[in-house]
Every structure is written in C-alpha cells, then in structure tokens.
Design a protein around this ligand. Structure first.
Ligand code: SF4
Length: 389
C-alpha cells in the first residue's frame, strides 16, 4: 500500500469509528485519562487539551447510521445532525466522553445540549456563549471570563493542577496545527490535482479525534506522500464550496463534485478547525490570548454576527479572488438556518460581481449523487465554454 493510501485509510477509519473505539484505546493507555467532546462549529479545544483530556469532535453518524430514536426527539423540519447525534447518544456509543461543549452555533445545538443533560446526567455538559460583539473592549473580557469558567471546571473534572500551564502548551500545539492546515489548504489551492478534497476532508476529520502531535505526524506523512505521488492536472474549473460548516456532506458528495469537473479550491468544511486564522499569542495570560485571537482573527462565517452592512455582500468576491476560483458552489444542509439565511445575501453579492454560482442542499446521509453530478458537471462545462463573469 502506498503512503498516501495508508494515511487516507487511517483517517477514513477514524471518521467511520462511530463507537469511538480509538478514543477508548487512547483512554486505556493511561489510567485516569478522560476525553471531552465538542459540537460544531467552533469550540476552543485548547481548553480540553490543556487539562490533559482528548478533544473529540462530535459529528453524528453521517451516512452510516440508521436513525430510529433520534427522529423521535425532533420535528421533521430541522437538519439531520442532531438526530444522528442523539441516536449515537442513546445507544451509549458516546459514553466514553466525560464532558461535552456545545457552542452557541444555533438553536438546534443549544437544544441538543439540553437533551444530552437529561439523558446523561453524569456528564459535564457546558453551553458556550461565543461572543457575538467583536468590539475588543467588550468581546475580549466577555470571552476571557467565559473560557476561565470552562477551563476551571474542566480542570476540576480532570484533576489538573496547572491548567494555565497546560493551556500555554496546548496553544503552541494547535498553533502548529493551524500552520499545517494553512500549508495543506494553500497546496490544494495551487495544485488541487495533488490533494483531492475528500482526502483533505478526511485528514481534518482525523484532527478532530487525535491528539495534536499525533495528527501532526499523520499530516506530515500525507505531505510526504503527495511529494512522492503528485497528481495529474485535469481540465476542471475551480470552485469555492461554502455553507457546509456544520453538518458535513457525505464523502461521496465531495468526490462527485470534483469528479464532475469542479476542483474545490477553498471550502468551509469543518470550519472550526480553521476558525482562528492566525497563531494565538504564547505570551501573557493564555486565556486572554485565546479570547483575543477569536475577536481579532476569526474567519467571517454564518454563525458569527456581522456588523458591516456590506460584509456579507462582499465576502464571496473576496474569497473567490483569494482562491483564484471561477465560481461558487453553495452547498448547505437542509433546514440549516445559519447557512440558508445567509445564502441570499452571499449569492446576491457574488452574482453582482459576475461570479457564476450554483446551489443545492444535502443531508449528511444523502445517498443519491447523480443530481449533484449533473449539476456540477453542467456548471463546469458552462464555465469552460463561456468563462466566468
Ligand atoms: S446544520 Fe445548521 S441548523 Fe443544523 S445544527 Fe448545524 S448550524 Fe444548526
């Protein structure tokens, strides 16, 4: 097996591990270890790593899980993610998580925190109010105070005596991760034939269930592999994929878009991994440094309030230019309020700038890709025939 195939296989196995067996193995290696989950889109996983716990992204069952009990907890007109998370929860498949953080992404995630509390009263469940006011004089102290509470409570749960020291190390570890992700995304932007988006996505999923240093080794292997086995360019157009920041599309959908002729050269998949765009300062108080990084460097997205009236209008043009893309694929989970409320503003701004767009909705368990293949294929052909703009 080639190095690339070995890395991708390992990452795929982690993404498919609905019983979190890899987490249980990590826990069993050292008695007393604990793991903590976090829901999308962004939770500061440095706080979890700081106290010696393993941060684990909770993403539901994708297209590998039959939903029975999960449907009983929710009305039909909300997205799929909470149903499959509840299905896993009620089946006891997430019981190895001693704590779970629920960021203020949307009402669905908020309500899911309540269900978790009711169903697993022994688990530390914490709703995280992310700052929606990015004025530093308000947002930094607010977010610092909120994270101080969470860090203190996690430290107590983990029996950690020096959470601030641990946080300094965790910030340094995840700064290295952020830098590596920038390298991977820049490489895919410049040579998308080397890094299929499905592979980059699996690598990012692995990041959500491995310790930072282990993931650094895995991603270093991947970078070596693409040096050894570069891909061959194809006559594809280049697109930005947006709207997929929370509930994740099935892997087959990402492969379908690229096989239909659209290289994805920028995306917001698993956005939480790239929420902070620069390194977090390792000087001074580490909690405040993390808060400042959020206020000053967080990427513009649909789950954070935008105070610039032209912000949404100009955002996609800026992203398309940065990625040297030809067009935009708006891909959002069905019934996703944050993505679908933003879409008309984002699309209007993009079309006013002459950027070709297509749009569709998906669910994490979508199984039929033919309509997407036809839509993406026609989009790619039209760009190649008539060009962008
Ligand atoms: S997919 Fe959208 S609506 Fe559903 S939990 Fe995520 S952000 Fe909320």
């Amino acid at each position: 097996m080639s190095l690339r195939a070995a890395v991708v296989d390992r990452a795929d196995a982690l993404a498919c591990d609905l019983d979190l067996n890899h987490v249980k193995e990590w826990l069993a290696e050292v008695p007393g270890r604990k793991a903590a989950g976090y829901l999308p889109v962004y939770a500061p996983r440095e706080l979890i790593a700081a106290v010696g716990m393993l941060p684990v992204g909770v993403h539901g069952g994708g297209d590998r899980l039959e939903i029975i009990k999960g449907d009983a907890c929710y009305q039909s007109y909300i997205c799929h993610l909470p149903r499959s998370v509840v299905e896993l929860l009620l089946a006891g498949r997430l019981d190895c998580l001693s704590a779970v953080l629920f960021p203020s992404t949307c009402d669905v995630i908020r309500n899911l925190s309540g269900i978790w509390k009711l169903q697993k009263p022994g688990t530390y469940v914490r709703y995280l109010d992310l700052p929606q006011v990015l004025d530093p004089s308000i947002g930094v102290p607010f977010w610092t105070m909120e994270m101080e509470h969470v860090l203190g409570e996690l430290a107590e749960l983990a029996g950690c005596e020096d959470p601030k020291g641990g946080l300094r190390q965790a910030i340094a570890d995840y700064n290295a991760v952020r830098e590596r992700l920038q390298v991977l995304y820049a490489h895919r932007r410049d040579r998308p034939w080397d890094i299929p988006t499905a592979e980059l996505y699996l690598l990012m999923r692995a990041l959500e269930s491995l310790p930072a240093q282990t993931w650094m080794d895995l991603s270093a292997d991947y970078l070596s592999a693409i040096e050894q086995e570069p891909g061959r360019p194809r006559d594809n157009c280049r697109v930005v994929l947006t709207g997929a920041f929370c509930e994740q599309p099935p892997l087959g959908l990402l492969k379908t878009i690229e096989r239909a002729g659209c290289y994805i050269v920028d995306d917001d998949l698993l956005q939480g991994n790239r929420m902070l765009q620069g390194p977090v300062s390792t000087d001074g108080d580490p909690v405040q440094a993390l808060a400042e990084a959020f206020i000053y460097t967080s990427v513009k997205n649909s789950v954070i309030y935008e105070d610039d009236p032209d912000g949404k209008r100009n955002l996609m043009k800026t992203r398309v230019e940065a990625a040297r893309a030809d067009g935009i694929v708006f891909a959002a989970p069905s019934f996703c309020d944050p993505a679908l409320l933003d879409r008309p503003m984002l699309r209007a701004g993009a079309e006013a700038a002459g950027i070709p767009c297509i749009a569709f909705k998906y669910a994490e368990n979508t199984g039929q890709f033919q309509p997407f293949r036809e839509q993406a294929g026609t989009f790619s052909d039209s760009i190649k025939l008539w060009g962008a703009g």
